[in-house]
Design a protein around this ligand. Structure first.
Ligand code: GRF
Length: 204
């Protein structure tokens, strides 16, 4: 059967620098990735991701437990629906995805993790801690993983990975840089495969 193309209307959740967000926006701007960026949301009002979105005319919203308390999950889900999002991209989002968001986007939430899952994932495994653990375990390969998000941290089906060698001279800092470079390639290329139907999210 021929693959079914999927028209990407992306929503983003990001907490910090948003370099993955930027890599995806750049791929859209250059015409390499056929997608619409509908909205960028951050739990952190100072997140650079909000600036990045605003400078490209994309709606940028600060939504957090401080702004919305107990209604946060429901409000996030409604906001994404209001902006006609059909695929939610977590790009360095440091909060757990709640049941309302999960329920409204079944199999349509992606996350990127800076290691080769299922290794070096789970609660508490984020940022530099991941790279420290990889080096401590004397792995000779690390990389980045894109997976579907479910109710458990880093446990959803794996969609794509890119690898990097871990050299004896690597530190957590140098490894982070190498992995991040791969992340910036992996997110746009995976989204392209979803857009073309080569990766069929309905099949998961
Ligand atoms: C990335 O390393 C990603 O794997 C992890 O958070 C980091 C986000 O970086 N989930 P940025 O905000 O996209 O620059």
């Amino acid at each position: 059967m021929a693959p079914t193309p999927f028209e990407l209307r992306l929503g983003f959740l990001a907490s910090h620098g948003g370099s993955n967000l930027q890599a995806i926006l750049d791929a859209i701007t250059s015409g390499d990735l056929a997608a619409q960026a509908q909205v960028v949301i951050s739990n952190n009002s100072a997140s650079k991701s909000l600036e990045r979105a605003t400078s490209q005319g994309i709606p940028a919203l600060h939504i957090s437990s401080q702004t919305h308390g107990e209604n946060l999950d429901q409000f996030l889900a409604q906001t994404l629906l209001d902006h006609k999002v059909n695929l939610l991209v977590l790009a360095g989002y440091m909060k757990k995805t709640g049941p309302a968001v999960l329920k409204n986007f079944p199999n349509h939430i992606l996350n990127i993790h800076p290691a080769l899952l299922p290794k070096f994932g789970g609660q508490g495994m984020y940022g530099m801690k991941v790279h420290q653990a990889v080096i401590q375990a004397k792995e000779n390969t690390s990389g980045a993983t894109i997976h579907l998000v479910n109710a458990e941290y880093d446990k959803g089906p794996i969609l794509a990975q890119r690898k990097v060698p871990v050299l004896p001279t690597d530190t957590p800092e140098t490894l982070q840089i190498k992995v991040l470079e791969q992340e910036h390639l992996l997110y746009p290329e995976t989204l392209k495969k979803i857009a073309s139907g080569e990766i069929d999210l309905e099949a998961y």
